[in-house]
Design a protein around this ligand. Structure first.
Ligand SMILES: [Zn+2]
Length: 335
């Protein structure tokens, strides 16, 4: 099956996606400013709609589960100072990543610096890493990012794919861009809160309607410099304790045994990272007739066919599916 690319990070700003705006700009301003003021970036419309929610996710799968990275694989990242901040700022970015790692139990690996500024897709290809954290001016062209909006001081998000053996979306690249303009006026606390906010977007956490949370869509002087209660609840649901985002194990080639008029077809039980693991037996006859049976166990007992068949067993759960190899069945000669 072809890979379906979900260009969430870079198309959300233009409103292409209906499910969850992934490009979320954090804006500066007085805490009492309303979300609906004229200067509020479009991305904050999500926050307005979900103002009562303590935490949200930037994207949901059709089954309602949040779109995640595979938390059982390390996320590699690079930082681009872009001539805007001093080398000393690196340790503060890394400290924010470490806080995200603790909240998600996802391992992050620093791959070093990069000159890539996220402004379009293909970050893994361009920067040879999974996630780029960059400082940049707003705009088009080298060293600038068109992802930054006029009112936002930062942006964070991810792109996900489905297809192949995956039946849900999985994040495969991420980006954080911190706007250069106005950055020098931010306090250390505000910078930390900003980093935590955009990094959380990059792993799939959306805005919070609660002002006490890092994911509140507005930065204010006493903004939290650590993830707070609801931030942590949301991050946990995106992280390792929520399970791997991997398809189930591949069932072994089925074995066949005939007893009287019954054919038993078995494979091994496979490991599942999702919910609702089932096995689906598929049979094809020579004339391409297809039949299927579903079971919660990896064993099927069916009436022995009177002609040639080939069988395969699929393991399927809420995350994905894997198919066994085919095994052929030919009835014994009568007599
Ligand atoms: Zn945001």
């Amino acid at each position: 099956m072809p890979q379906v690319l979900r260009r969430s990070l870079f198309t959300a700003a233009t409103g292409v996606l209906a499910t969850g705006a992934l490009t979320c700009g954090l804006i500066t301003g007085p805490a009492q400013a309303t979300q609906t003021s004229g200067t509020t970036p479009k991305a904050s419309a999500t926050a307005t709609a979900t103002a009562a929610k303590a935490y949200t996710f930037t994207g949901l799968n059709p089954d309602g589960s949040p779109i995640r990275w595979d938390p059982c694989s390390a996320i590699h990242y690079r930082i681009n100072r872009n001539g805007i901040v001093k080398t000393g700022e690196l340790k503060h970015v890394k400290a924010a990543v470490a806080k995200l790692s603790r909240a998600t139990k996802i391992t992050f690996v620093y791959d070093g610096k990069t000159s890539v500024v996220p402004d379009s897709g293909d970050i893994p290809k361009r920067a040879k890493t999974d996630l780029v954290f960059a400082f940049a001016k707003r705009g088009k062209g080298a060293k600038k990012s068109s992802m930054l909006t006029a009112a936002s001081i930062g942006v964070g998000g991810s792109q996900s794919v489905a297809g192949g053996n995956l039946d849900v979306y999985r994040n495969v690249e991420g980006a954080v861009v911190i706007k250069a303009t106005g950055f020098s006026r931010l306090s250390r606390r505000e910078r930390t809160s900003l980093y935590l906010h955009e990094l959380a977007h990059a792993v799939g956490l959306g805005h919070s309607g609660k002002r006490t949370q890092v994911m509140y869509p507005m930065l204010y002087a006493n903004a939290p410099a650590i993830y707070r209660k609801y931030d942590k609840i949301g991050l946990k649901k995106l992280g390792r304790t929520a399970g791997c985002v991997r398809p189930p194990g591949k069932p072994a080639t089925p074995t066949l045994s005939v007893s009287g008029t019954q054919l038993t077809i078995s494979t091994n039980a496979v490991k599942s990272y999702g919910k609702k693991l089932t096995y689906v037996l598929t049979s094809y006859a020579g004339n391409n007739t297809k039949k299927t049976w579903t079971s919660t166990e990896p064993t099927f007992a069916i009436p022995a066919p009177d002609g040639w068949r080939t069988f395969s067993i699929r393991a399927k759960d809420s995350i994905g599916h894997r198919d066994s190899e085919f095994v052929d069945f030919a009835p014994a000669p009568a007599g």
